[in-house]
Design a protein around this ligand. Structure first.
Ligand SMILES: [Zn+2]
Length: 225
């Protein structure tokens, strides 16, 4: 208590962990590499990239063939948008999608995953990284927890703050995030939050929407460039 958890992972360790997480995701889901959706996600990600907090990590932007309403950002750069989330958002609303991708980049740049990983898991990672000859199975076990990682409210707000800034500086309308939140709210009322993976791992509440609205009203864009 009173001792704030810090990220103990180096950038190099984050990248190694994210690479293994990406391998696991791509073994489980089919990656869509050629559709208009895949092109759209890549184009928006690349347009945001010069405007985010500078981190020397290999970002990638991919679409997964799955009806889950979800998006996942792994430490060190890999970012995935699920087909179900694309189907839910307006296909002409690049602003909303830019805010969602910006939010996920915010988790990567804020190094939120490393902070959410339990201290036990973290100790395992540090031992793995420091011991020559550690097995790949061990890294695989450590990475498998990343995909369903649930972020804290604080980290969600931080990712919103970063994502809105990135979207703004890249020339997108930050109100896109509010439009997306409204859709999520309607969907939550209709089918319940448990059916929606993005809502489960990125909890939404009224104060979060109000905070995002206030950030936009005050043009409080302090991240990125
Ligand atoms: Zn989030």
């Amino acid at each position: 208590m009173g001792c704030r958890t810090r990220s103990f992972l180096s950038t190099k360790q984050e990248i190694a962990l994210g690479k293994e997480g990406a391998r696991q995701i791509e073994a489980e889901y089919r990656v869509d590499t050629s559709s208009a959706d895949a092109e759209r996600v890549r184009r928006i990600g690349m347009k945001l990239l010069p405007h985010v907090d500078q981190r020397d990590v290999p970002y990638s932007f991919k679409v997964l063939e799955s009806n889950e309403v979800n998006a996942v950002a792994l430490p060190g750069g890999p970012l995935y948008v699920f087909r179900g989330l694309l189907d839910m958002t307006d296909s002409t609303d690049d602003d909303a999608l830019a805010c969602i991708i910006g939010h996920e980049m915010g988790h990567i740049n804020g190094r939120h995953a490393a902070r959410q990983i339990s201290s036990q898991l973290l100790t395992g990672i540090l031992i793995y990284m420091g011991v020559p000859g550690s097995t790949n199975q061990e890294l695989a076990r450590l990475a498998s927890g990343l995909i369903t990682l649930k972020y804290s409210r604080e980290d969600e707000l931080d990712a919103d703050r970063r994502g809105l800034s990135y979207a703004h500086y890249a020339g997108y309308d930050p109100h896109g995030l509010i439009r997306f939140f409204s859709k999520l709210e309607r969907m939550e009322r209709r089918v319940g939050g448990e059916k929606n993976e993005w809502l489960r791992t990125h909890p939404l509440n009224t104060s979060r929407i109000e905070r995002a609205t206030t950030l936009i009203e005050n043009q409080n864009y302090r991240y990125g460039q």
